[in-house]
Design a binder for this molecule. Structure first.
Ligand code: F3S
Length: 58
């Protein structure tokens, strides 16, 4: 299952956008958005996020 962004915790820092090896994450207004079709469940964004806004859906 793809990464999930808790939009209440996201500060739009774009660290996850930089971290994602498949460019699955883009910014949607004031929060990050994960394109589930591109996500490979690598969890790089989970590690990168300073506010722990990203988790893996299971
Ligand atoms: Fe930043 Fe992405 Fe987290 S924009 S606050 S690393 S969800």
């Amino acid at each position: 299952m793809p990464a999930f962004v808790n939009t209440d915790e996201c500060t739009a820092c774009e660290a996850c956008v930089e971290a994602c090896p498949t460019e699955a994450i883009s910014m949607d207004g004031d929060h990050a958005f994960v394109n589930a079709d591109e996500c490979t469940d690598c969890e790089a964004c989970v590690e990168a996020c300073p506010t722990e806004a990203i988790s893996m859906l299971d």
